[in-house]
Design a protein around this ligand. Structure first.
Ligand SMILES: NC(=O)C1=CN([C@@H]2O[C@H](COP(=O)(O)OP(=O)(O)OC[C@H]3O[C@@H](n4cnc5c(N)ncnc54)[C@H](O)[C@@H]3O)[C@@H](O)[C@H]2O)C=CC1
Ligand SMILES: O=C(O)CCC(=O)N[C@@H](CCC(=O)O)C(=O)O
Length: 488
């Protein structure tokens, strides 16, 4: 099978074989071979060769290709949504929103490019000061499995718009979505070599990140891989590295008047996408006492009725599966370990069928667990921590190496102001779910969640570098010479 797209040609990978499966039925959806070190090198050369012509095209010409890509996405929206659903397990209604986000990314990126990396000029003395931006050159884009279309697209679109050429290494768990996306780019008329697809697992990623021919690497994925890349790129200030990584996100609940509104917002924060969003609430901070007990009772009651099912089930489920049987097992093991260490199951996460990666929502009280690991459990398992007062809640919210998203549900604006000031995260929400960040805003975290190169609306910033110029067509001797210099 021709799994790679290099220099405008589909060709077979010569590396390790791998496949993707429907996480519920285990049906094989895609099978192929990864790219070898040599094939990565030939893709880097193709991207290098294509770079000057692509970068020299006018911005309007590049926008034209991107807009055709958006039209292609819209015309194939149902097919792409189905592909995302069957490969990730995400319900069709949610996969459809992912395709919409992909298409919307074009206009948002153009607006962002013009606003943040466009051209500005003004008089400075007897010259004109001009600010323009240039693309970096050849950049690698690494994608995660949870948004196999939207998140790589969030790097690829602004990178191409700025004039870079791209090597796309998708998650090995979602090769079929990646292949379909690249086909849409081909149909949109993207010239050969401008976007190259390097399928493969970790070894392909390692080969691409280590290739000396890349000028930058834009990564969305786990903190562990991101940290590894950060170390690998240390001492290389000549290469730009943008890291979007995971979180251990806190959602603090105050004693609000509308308990059902709080419960709904918690569910949208913790269980959407079966808990497989980097922005999902992982830790729910609930006040000690009767009000907190009542909130939790209601949360458990409603969560136990959440529909979980296959991506195409009718009527549609709220939650699909997690990405694989392996991921389901790791989550079940993590729950078991927490329970063995003193956690109390308020609603135990279960895996109803051993051969399907479907998990029911889990809510466990970990207040009594000492030395809780500060790690991201990437699935539908919400950890509850009870707090004595608001200061303790904020301290617990910040008790993490990560800093992606943090939220407060409270009727008090003063408390929100305190929370906003004292919390440390790139997304801080008040009475809104943690998930579903807008593409029209910057998206990135601090601490172990990122390296201060926010994506989404600010992706333009890492896709091009500023060039400041002082310009005048007339080379003249200034009226006043610097002391000590004589021209006569
Ligand atoms: N902050 C953000 O914007 C987002 C972060 N995420 C995070 O992504 C994670 C889930 O995605 P995964 O696919 O599991 O991430 P991952 O880190 O396992 O994989 C991401 C990519 O890196 C590649 N890779 C793995 N090891 C590598 C190595 N040593 N060298 C080079 N490449 C390597 C993989 O093949 C894949 O293409 C979660 O932690 C989630 O929080 C997901 C979405 C958004
Ligand atoms: O990148 C963008 O355009 C906006 C950020 C975004 O879409 N965030 C989503 C996905 C987060 C994840 O991958 O887990 C969200 O906040 O739900």
């Amino acid at each position: 099978m021709n799994s790679l797209y290099i220099a405008g040609c589909w060709l077979a990978g010569q590396g390790e074989p791998f496949e993707s499966r429907n996480p519920v039925t285990q049906q094989v959806l895609w099978a192929g071979n990864g790219a070898t070190v040599e094939q990565v090198e030939s893709a880097v050369q193709a991207a290098r060769q294509a770079f000057p012509a692509w970068a020299k095209r006018s911005l309007e010409e590049r926008i034209g290709v991107l807009e055709t890509f958006a039209t292609t996405l819209k015309s194939r929206a149902d097919e792409i949504a189905r592909c995302i659903g069957e490969e990730t397990g995400k319900p069709l209604w949610e996969s459809a929103t992912e395709v919409t986000s992909m298409a919307n990314k074009i206009a948002i990126s153009v607006q962002s490019y013009r606003e943040r990396t466009g051209e500005k000029s003004g008089p400075l003395g007897d010259a004109t000061a001009v600010l323009r931006h240039k693309p970096h050159g050849v950049v690698a884009v690494f994608g995660p499995y949870n948004f196999p279309g939207h998140l790589p697209n969030g790097h690829i679109v602004p990178a191409l718009l700025a004039g870079n050429t791209v090597l796309f290494k998708p998650s090995e768990l979602t090769p079929k979505v990646a292949e379909l996306t690249v086909q849409c780019w081909i149909d949109a008329g993207l010239p050969a070599g401008v976007l190259n697809l390097l399928q493969g697992a970790r070894e392909t990623g390692i080969a691409l990140a280590a290739n000396p021919g890349i000028d930058g690497l834009f990564f969305t994925g786990s903190s562990r891989t991101g940290n590894h890349l950060h170390q690998q790129f240390s001492g290389r200030p000549d290469k730009i590295l943008a890291l979007e990584m995971g979180g251990n996100n806190p959602l603090v609940v105050d004693e609000v008047a509308d308990v059902d509104a709080a419960v709904y917002t918690i569910i949208q924060s913790a269980f959407i996408s079966a808990g497989q969003r980097c922005t999902c609430a992982r830790r729910l901070l609930v006040p000690e006492g009767a009000w907190g007990d009542a909130l939790l009772a209601r949360l458990v009651a409603v969560s136990s009725t959440i529909e979980v099912g296959a991506f195409d089930q009718q009527p549609p489920p709220f939650m699909g599966s997690v990405i694989s049987l392996g991921a389901a097992k790791a989550l079940m093991d993590a729950q078991e370990l927490l329970l063995a260490n003193g956690a109390v199951a308020l609603l135990e996460m279960t895996q109803p069928q051993a051969q399907a990666a479907l998990l029911t929502p889990g809510i466990i009280d970990v207040t009594a667990v000492t030395d809780r690991a500060d790690e991201e459990l990437f699935g539908p398992l919400l950890q509850v921590i009870r707090y004595a007062d608001f200061a303790a809640a904020i301290a617990e919210a910040n008790n993490t190496q990560y800093g992606l998203a943090a939220g407060l549900l409270s009727d008090s604006e003063a408390r929100y102001q305190q929370f906003w000031l004292e919390s440390r995260a790139g997304i801080v929400n008040w009475n809104k779910q943690l998930t579903g960040a807008a593409s029209t805003a910057p998206f990135g975290g601090v601490g172990a969640s990122g390296n201060h190169r926010a994506s989404a609306y600010y992706a333009a910033d890492y896709c091009a570098y500023p060039v400041a110029s002082l310009e005048t067509p007339n080379l003249v001797v200034p009226a006043t010479l610097t002391p000590g210099v004589r021209l006569s």
